[in-house]
Write a protein that binds this ligand. Structure first.
Ligand SMILES: [Zn+2]
Length: 275
């Protein structure tokens, strides 16, 4: 019951915020869902860039040149299919020397992949499935939405307005923004997105990988690999539960994704990234 009440509160606050901020804050996700986005894009982007710098300071880059080239090759195939910033040179792609099976993308054109992911994402298609999913969170501005919902729910519209008005976010706002981007107060801790955001990222990511010429059917295999490994070894799984719903939803969208895939192939989009 508490949850329902809380949800209603968020909806009411979001709706009032929408009335006040009108065009700037009420937006629609690529899947057609309406979203509250209170923070200016440049603020979200600069937080993404700052977070990425922090992670780079804390975690060394992979020394494996082949692995770095492999991940870059996959990113180079996907980025041109984005609607915005679709030049790979605008993006920073980094492989981190860390055993955790995880990856992330941040606003401000940043992609991070941990070496450990490649134990479970065993071919270019499966890595593209993870990258596509992570990029989808950025494309759909899930970070901004998460922060906006929290601002609206926790402190009301006054605070949201303050956040909008200040060029430099206060410390508490910064924490909120970091959490919204999926990063904990401690840098490098990746927080789970909501189920709505997860399924949206799955579907947008599926389309993105297919239009880049990667086989969308491999996304389901990736989840199965992760599942077999279990949540303890595959960190990605702990923030991305491999529910049967997830696989069912991917399969439901598969015919459309396969059509996109064959069109991409006809346009000679045939990435050949090997490790
Ligand atoms: Zn996700």
């Amino acid at each position: 019951m508490m949850l329902v009440k809380q949800f209603r509160f968020i909806v009411v606050m979001a709706a009032s915020a929408c009335l006040i901020f009108l065009v700037s804050s009420c937006a629609t996700s690529p899947e057609g869902r309406s979203q509250l986005r209170l923070l200016p894009e440049d603020q979200i982007n600069s937080m993404g860039v700052q977070s990425f710098e922090q992670i780079k300071e804390q975690t060394p880059e992979s020394k494996d040149a082949n692995m770095r080239a492999y991940v870059q090759c996959i990113a180079n195939a996907i980025i041109p299919q984005l609607d915005q910033d679709n030049d790979p040179t605008l993006w920073e792609v980094r492989v981190f020397a860390d055993d955790q099976a995880n990856a992330f993308a941040l606003p401000g054109n940043k992609i991070g992949v941990y070496e450990g992911l490649l134990k479970y994402a065993v071919n270019q298609h499966q890595v593209a499935a993870v990258m596509g999913h992570e990029l989808a969170h950025v494309i759909a501005q899930h970070g901004n939405e998460r922060v906006s919902d929290q601002l609206a729910a926790q402190a009301g519209i006054a605070i949201a307005a303050i956040a909008l008005g200040t060029s430099e976010a206060s410390d508490s706002n910064k924490k909120l923004i970091l959490a919204g981007l999926g990063l904990g107060v401690q840098y490098g801790v990746i927080l789970p997105f909501s189920r709505t955001h997860e399924s949206e990222a799955d579907l947008i990511g599926l389309e993105l990988m297919a239009s880049s010429g990667f086989n969308p059917e491999e996304s389901v295999k990736l989840w199965q690999n992760m599942s077999k490994a279990g949540g303890q070894t595959a960190e990605f799984l702990s923030t991305h539960p491999s529910s049967t719903t997830r696989i069912k939803d991917l399969n439901a969208r598969m015919p459309a994704a396969l059509e996109t895939y064959s069109k991409a192939q006809a346009r000679k989009r045939k990435p050949n990234c090997r490790l």
